[in-house]
Design a protein around this ligand. Structure first.
Ligand code: ZN
Length: 171
């Protein structure tokens, strides 16, 4: 909180520039202090990268990733811009980091059939695509999702056990 305002940090691929701007506007009007990205590496702002040699580019990207984690530190919650369900690798690691550090996580798109059945904190990019949840490590196996007591699918433990272990680890 800052004064009477919750602080929320936007996370997601910078290819979704328009969605970032819309979320920033909407959340600001709803009374949040919004922290966003400083530039859009994947849509516009190309001149930033074109000037850099390989080493500088790598260091700059690392700095931006690290900075964004600090922006999450400053916030009470994150808002994930997952347009079309898309979540890239660095966004996935930001979500995991936010959960680990006790931040609330909100999503632009919240398709009920793609929520992680173990932790409930992550929305898979596609349904039943064996993606691994960056928050709890559950692999999205459609058979194990259907049969909650089935162990030894994509995941060593059954869905029921994984959920129980996740909840136990939290308490
Ligand atoms: Zn999960």
């Amino acid at each position: 909180m800052q004064g009477k305002y919750h602080v929320i940090t936007l996370c997601g691929s910078t290819r979704f520039k328009k969605a970032f701007e819309e979320a920033n506007k909407r959340l600001t009007l709803e009374g949040f202090i919004v922290i966003s990205v400083g530039l859009y590496g994947h849509s516009g702002d190309r001149e930033v990268w074109e000037q850099m040699d390989e080493g500088t580019l790598t260091r700059t990207k690392e700095m931006l990733d690290d900075m964004h984690k600090r922006k999450i530190d400053m916030a009470d919650a994150i808002f994930v811009i997952n347009v079309g369900g898309y979540i890239g690798a660095s966004t996935a690691s930001e979500i995991a980091y936010a959960v680990r550090t006790g931040k609330q996580v909100f999503y632009l798109e919240t398709p009920a059939d793609r929520i992680c059945p173990v932790c409930g904190k992550y929305y898979f990019r596609e349904r039943n695509a064996y993606e691994i949840c960056p928050v709890c490590g559950w692999e999205d196996d459609p058979v194990q999702r259907r049969e909650e007591d089935l162990a030894g699918g994509a995941n060593h433990e059954s869905l029921r056990d994984a959920r129980k272990n996740w909840n136990d680890a939290l308490s």
